[in-house]
Design a binder for this molecule. Sequence first.
Ligand code: FE2
Ligand code: FE2
Length: 135
Amino acid sequence: MALVTWDNKYAVGVKSLDGQHQVLFDILNELHGAMMKGQAQSVAGSLLRKLADYARTHFAAEESMMSAARYPGLAGHRIKHQDLTKQVQDYVARYERGEVSLSLQLLSFLRDWLTHHILETDREYGPWLSRNAVR
Ligand SMILES: [Fe+2]
Ligand SMILES: [Fe+2]
């Protein structure tokens, strides 16, 4: 079973960003699959890196769209992205040092890290970006 399943409740109303969120869900599910199959630490490590890297790319894309649309909540949103980036990078670093292993606890943390941000923060920009013709 997948760790996280895409649902309309996660839609922010901007196609390209919904697509990026789905890619993040896919990477989380790949990590979950790797854990279930007991795959080597190296596989999980590179997936964790991929998640952190893709999240950074996604945050930058979101910020540039918010900036282009002159979204008033950009500054606060950017701070949340910086905080999220730090949290996941800390986890990746601890994983690489062997201080934490791939566990359901780590995966649940990452799932909540992503879904809470989408539901509580990303969804707020949806109406503004749609009104300002960002697709
Ligand atoms: Fe997002
Ligand atoms: Fe965001």
